[in-house]
Ligand binder design. Structure first.
Ligand SMILES: [Fe+2]
Ligand SMILES: [Fe+2]
Length: 187
């Protein structure tokens, strides 16, 4: 498997764990028991890594895919548009959570609805990529296409949450994720 696809798969699995954690938090909004600091850290990570590093890697694949198979252009354009929309949604939600962390009164139902929307759209986006677009890309792109994309990976910044070096800001969140995995019987 091309290196870029191996990385994207791993990142999807990591994001799925993060979305599960966020899902547990959104269930606590109604009681006022949600951990807004944790949610803020999750969104900060999404801005720093999925939006800034993961999606641009996919866009490189999608650009080649579109040029090789014009019949896929509409679907690819739609995924790229979703990358922009997801980034916008992340920023809106992050702003709401920032206000909550600063103890500005927030409309809990609005925060809950936007969080649910965020989780739903992210999961849907990832499953389209995994189930349909990546398998198609594997069939359509040549070894040379993959080699060119893989060659650009060297400049990728490390993942500040799931990577080998976890930045200070994300330490607590990483511990929460790991303990959730233990609870679920994972490693
Ligand atoms: Fe994507
Ligand atoms: Fe993705």
């Amino acid at each position: 498997m091309p290196e870029v696809l191996a990385r994207l798969h791993k990142e999807h699995a990591d994001f799925a764990r993060l979305l599960d954690l966020l899902d547990r938090q959104q269930a606590l909004f109604a009681d006022g028991a949600a951990d807004y600091d944790m949610i803020g850290a999750i969104l900060q990570y999404v801005l720093e890594y999925p939006d800034a590093v993961h999606h641009p890697k996919e866009d490189l694949i999608y650009n080649v895919l579109r040029s090789r198979d014009p019949a896929l252009a509409a679907e690819i354009g739609n995924l790229e548009e979703e990358h922009r929309e997801l980034a916008e949604l992340t920023r809106s939600l992050a702003e709401m959570i920032e206000r909550a962390v600063a103890e500005v009164p927030v409309d809990r139902a609005a925060v809950r609805d936007l969080t649910r929307e965020f989780i739903r759209r992210y999961r849907h986006h990832i499953s389209r990529e995994e189930l349909h677009v990546f398998p198609t890309a594997l069939q359509v792109l040549s070894d040379r296409d993959w080699a060119e994309i893989d060659a650009g990976l060297a400049g990728d910044p490390g993942d500040p949450l799931f990577g080998e070096v976890v930045t200070n800001y994300f330490q607590a969140l990483r511990e929460d994720i790991d303990s959730l995995a233990e609870l679920a019987g994972g490693d």
